[in-house]
Design a protein around this ligand. Structure first.
Ligand code: NDP
Length: 350
């Protein structure tokens, strides 16, 4: 894992300066045009998993196998895929994992009982309740029932409080992954103007808090923000966590900025594809072959031309979310079982 709060290393340009844009940009020239540097989430996610594999070997020698329980309620196809991928990654890394499925009609009381049993089991270090839960379930009550020491999603109020006050705790995975991408890609955060579009408890608010702890000057935007494009254009680091396909277009992006695209939106009709892409031929072929096209909250052609660096969709933030879940499970195991903290420090994210 990377280090926590960092000050600007000697000789590194200040955020916002011309040198900063140059450092971030490291452009590739294609067809006579400059295109932005791609921040490869798969590669960074693999790097983190390799580091975790080392830690797991060390824990195994002490007869400790961290365990994760993933609770899936109902038959939401996206949730099924997310849980399947999480369990598969646990298996690949050698973590113990359990997938617990509950019918869609499950009550809040049933889930509270299940969480209480998982809290009491010593071999379970991490509990994740896949969201969204069905409407009859009181999601907040269920999430608050998870033991904060096993809250590998970082959604419990105790962990949120620790995050806000800058104390070590379990940090939500996607925001933690975003910080890993920035730090490991040597994007300067300290002193940078960061704009986060989206204020959810899962992504927008925690990533804004982490950027602040890394000394960025942070603005949080939402659906009531006036002149969103103008605010976004001030950003050295722009994080889009909105859930609206390609809402962030060229006029939102300061030339040379770093753009982190959290959005995952599926286009399922040719009209949608033509509306989003300036050159839709390739995506239309993909739609025909696969039935849908995945796009982020950022217009993919604009960001390539205008940003200095950006995360693609797919292959950007997504792989980090799973990697950080694994990191949180290993961290929870170490903390719960009295092992000394990580050998190498996690970012403040962790
Ligand atoms: P939410 O729906 O909880 O929050 C969306 C936020 O965007 C809200 O704060 C909302 O504002 C704001 N917003 C909506 N429309 C606009 C607009 N037109 N202008 C400005 N702001 C707007 O979403 P999440 O934070 O949970 O997720 C965001 C996206 O990230 C989704 O596409 C989700 O699928 C994806 N995601 C991806 C992950 C990954 O691993 N890659 C993990 C988690 C999420 P307001 O508060 O005013 O309503």
């Amino acid at each position: 894992m990377t280090s926590g709060m960092r000050s600007r290393p000697k000789g590194r340009p200040r955020a916002g300066s011309r040198g900063y844009a140059k450092l971030v940009r490291l452009h590739h020239v294609s067809g006579g045009r400059l295109s932005a540097r791609v921040l490869d989430g798969r590669k960074i996610g693999d790097e983190i998993q390799a580091e975790l594999a080392d830690q797991l070997r060390e824990l195994k020698a002490a007869r400790i196998t961290p365990g994760l329980a993933a609770v899936l309620v109902g038959e939401n196809p996206a949730s099924q895929i997310y849980v399947r991928n999480k369990v598969k990654t646990c298996e690949a890394l050698g973590l113990y994992s359990e997938r617990i499925e509950c019918p869609a009609a499950t009550s809040t009381e049933n889930l509270l009982g299940l969480v209480a049993r998982l809290n009491a089991r010593d071999e379970i270090d991490g509990i994740l309740v896949q969201l969204p839960l069905p409407p009859q379930v009181d999601s907040k009550q269920v999430l608050e029932a998870v033991d904060p020491a096993k809250d590998v999603d970082g959604f419990h109020p105790v962990n949120i409080g620790k995050l806000v006050s800058g104390r070590p705790g379990l940090v939500p995975c996607t925001p933690a992954g975003i910080i890993e991408i920035l730090v490991r890609s040597q994007i300067p955060i300290s002193g940078a103007r960061a704009v986060v579009v989206g204020r959810s408890d899962i992504v927008g608010k925690p990533v804004a808090m982490l950027l602040l702890h890394h000394h960025a000057t942070v603005t949080i935007c939402h659906s009531k923000t006036r002149d969103l494009a103008a605010v976004a254009r001030e950003a050295d680091i722009l994080v889009a966590a909105i859930g609206k396909a390609a809402l962030v277009t060229a006029d939102f992006i300061k030339p040379g900025a770093t753009v982190i695209d959290v959005g995952t939106n599926r286009l399922t009709t040719p009209e949608e594809v033509r509306r989003v892409f300036h050159h839709p031929a390739g995506p239309l072929r993909q739609l025909e072959a696969k039935g849908s096209v995945l796009v982020g909250d950022v217009q993919p052609e604009d960001v390539r031309e205008k940003a200095g660096a950006y995360t693609p969709v797919p292959g950007g933030v997504g792989p980090l979310t799973i990697a950080m879940l694994m990191a949180n499970t290993v961290k929870a195991a170490r903390l719960r079982r009295g092992k000394e903290a990580f050998r190498s420090q996690p970012s403040l994210a962790g």
